[in-house]
Design a protein around this ligand. Structure first.
Ligand code: SF4
Length: 129
């Protein structure tokens, strides 16, 4: 219905969701947020084919696979720990307390969105990982 409305009325829609399969189906561009900060923005096809930010990758890895055999064979999701309080977010990169790629600099510097192909990524190590 959303896709039909968008087409018929030439609408731009902002769809907020947590179900990656639905987001993939209805979106042209996707913005991934964590603790109120933008982690990555990319065309939907590119984001799902090549997630660049460690949080986006963790989200993709945690999404259920609709095949019981494949689902059981998958490794445990890489994202551990608890979401910090939004009232006292970590310094620097807000994702650093759960990021497997965090380095000392991530505690001091707030990553800005930088172009990476047709995507934009807020990660100090985006070029390396
Ligand atoms: S800036 Fe550092 S902590 Fe944040 S996502 Fe990148 S590597 Fe991880």
């Amino acid at each position: 219905m959303l896709l039909e409305l968008r087409r018929l009325l030439d609408l731009s829609l902002v769809f907020i969701g947590h179900d990656l399969a639905v987001i993939r189906q209805v979106s042209q561009r996707v913005m991934v947020m964590y603790l109120g900060r933008v982690m990555e923005i990319a065309p939907a096809a590119e984001l799902f084919a090549r997630p660049r930010h460690p949080y986006t990758r963790a989200l993709m890895a945690a999404a259920p696979v609709p095949d019981p055999k494949l689902e059981r064979a998958r490794a445990a999701p890489a994202l551990g720990g608890e979401i910090p309080s939004p009232l006292a977010p970590p310094s620097g990169c807000v994702f650093r307390s759960r990021c497997a790629y965090a380095i000392d600099r991530c505690a001091a510097d707030i990553p800005r969105l930088e172009a990476a192909g047709s995507a934009q990524v807020a990660c100090l190590r985006a070029a390396e990982i």
